[in-house]
Write a protein that binds this ligand. Structure first.
Ligand code: COA
Length: 329
């Protein structure tokens, strides 16, 4: 028995910030940002928290499937920008949409959050523990971005995706295989220094800007290029897939050069790679479900398509999921 995605939707804040927004006050240029990252613009939410982006996506996801919030058994929110340290954003979302019969929790795996949560949700469904999971991948990266640091301000955006995971009627379709990894040696290169129990918030941590993202871009880049490409090739080999078999690579959208290296390693042409980093930047746990939702809306994913989803992020966390698309549209 396999678990499968039976509905999907996304939400992006309406306010668009093109590269020219940063050119006005940072020593940067549209040319540099496009050439080094592939990003042209991103969205930032003006008012509201991560849950405020999840709620419209979740409501639409349920509506498309013809389910009511009370029909949901479990809510998982993958995020590194929860509304609060506690309670979980899953609890906030549960209350806002009125999913009175659901339990749930948040999952923290940064840019790999959606993939880790997808595997977790599938296991819960496959084991019969729950009949469905509303899985949300969302981040309000603008809440932890240092807008005065050109090396990070331009990279990220805000956004949310929501998918419904249920039993697959046909075991040929659904989430077939996964390879997931963590390696804590990556911690020093990408993290939020303060605000947790290690360094609680204080006037000093605020003055030192320790609540923003800390990133050694080059170190992360080198690890991501190798990690994402290796794991994507590995899942193909493990499942006897060649490039012709794969309909789409659905990569985490952190940097166009990392995506290109991954596609190249898999032997895939550019036209088989979902890319929307130009429009939204890196929305962390949001990138993969937003891609899937947009491509489905455009009618570019078909029943039976073989998809490889892959990611790399803070932790380090990385992995790949092989799934066979089971929805008709
Ligand atoms: N505009 C102009 N110059 C910039 C800049 C910007 N927005 N950001 C950085 N630079 C400068 C740097 O200051 C540096 O200048 P210096 O040589 O005078 O010190 C120069 O560009 C090169 O910096 P470098 O870090 O080597 O650039 P890069 O080619 O590695 O690109 C990143 C920087 C951040 C785009 C890239 O390292 C990256 O994408 N890393 C991975 C990020 C990631 O994936 N994070 C999320 C988790 S997966």
């Amino acid at each position: 028995m396999t678990a499968t995605i039976t509905s999907i939707a996304h939400y992006l804040p309406p306010d668009v910030y093109p590269n020219s927004y940063f050119e006005k006050y940072l020593d940067t240029s549209d040319e540099w940002i496009m050439a080094r990252t592939g990003i042209a613009e991103r969205r930032f939410i003006k008012d509201g928290a991560t849950s405020d982006m999840i709620v419209p996506a979740a409501r639409q996801c349920l509506e498309k499937r013809g389910l009511e919030p009370k029909d949901i058994d479990c809510i998982i929110v993958a995020t590194v920008t929860p509304d609060h340290m506690f309670p979980s954003t899953a609890c906030v979302v549960q209350n806002k949409i009125g999913a009175m019969n659901a339990w749930g929790f948040d999952l923290s795996a940064a840019c790999s959050g959606f993939l880790f949560a997808l595997v977790t949700a599938s296991s819960l469904v496959e084991s019969g523990t729950v009949k469905n999971v509303l899985l949300c991948g969302a981040d309000k990266m603008s809440s932890i971005l240092n807008f005065d640091d050109r090396a990070q301000a331009v990279l990220f955006g805000d956004g949310a995706g929501a998918v419904l995971i249920e039993k697959s009627k046909d075991k040929e379709y659904g989430i077939i295989d996964h390879i997931l990894h963590i390696d804590g040696v990556g911690g020093p290169f990408l993290h939020q220094t303060a605000g947790g129990s290690y360094k609680p918030a204080s006037i000093e941590t605020v003055n030192n800007k320790e609540h923003y993202i800390y990133q050694d871009g080059q170190a992360v880049f080198k690890a991501a290029v190798v990690g994402m490409a290796d794991v994507s090739l590995e899942i193909m080999q493990k499942n006897n897939l060649n490039a012709e078999d794969v309909a789409w690579l659905v990569p985490h959208q952190a940097n166009l050069r990392i995506i290109a290296a991954t596609a190249n390693r898999m032997g895939l042409d550019k036209d088989k790679v979902m890319i929307n980093i130009d429009k939204y930047g890196n929305t962390t746990a949001g990138t993969i479900p937003i891609c899937l939702s947009e491509w489905l809306d455009m009618g570019k994913i078909h029943k039976g398509d073989r998809l490889v989803l892959s990611s790399f992020g803070a932790g380090y966390t990385w992995g790949a999921v092989y799934l066979r698309w089971g929805m008709n549209k």
